[in-house]
Design a protein around this ligand. Sequence first.
Ligand code: PNS
Length: 160
Amino acid sequence: MKSTVAIYPGSFDPVTNGHLDLIARGARIFDRLVVAVLQNLDKAPLFSAAERAEMLREVTREWSNVEVDLFDGLLVDYVRRRNAHAILRGIRAISDYEYEFQMALMNRRLEPNVETVFMMPAEKYSYLSSRIVREVAQLGGSIEGLVPPLVVERLKSKVH
Ligand code: PNS
């Protein structure tokens, strides 16, 4: 029997409720969903790769077909190593489209057998991003309801 494995890659610095909404949608469609945390970011992350992965593991416990892993290097190399068939990405607004289009077509050029699948998170999360959550938290604003409670706590201890 064919089982479809998708990779959901990202920085997840930190995971937001928008990411979780997409994970829930992906876990319903794919047999297995691997949330792949990019280890080395261009900019210094607020949370280390291990911390980002650990928070993701905690908040995705309820899905038995969701796994959290770390990766580095080219995404398509990781996708091949994991014998996956698809890359899952979320699109919030038109502004995401250009970057996502560029990445999807470059990844297709590098590995024609892997398909990028786009899903839209719930519209209540359409303005949400890890960057804006970090900024609000660092400036002392409330991020309740935008990230899981565990992440609220971790952000508080990180910025104070
Ligand atoms: O959450 P992000 O920061 O939007 O995720 C971006 C990510 C991790 C998907 C992208 O930067 C990536 O795939 N990096 C790995 C390096 C790579 O394969 N680059 C070429 C992609 S076109």
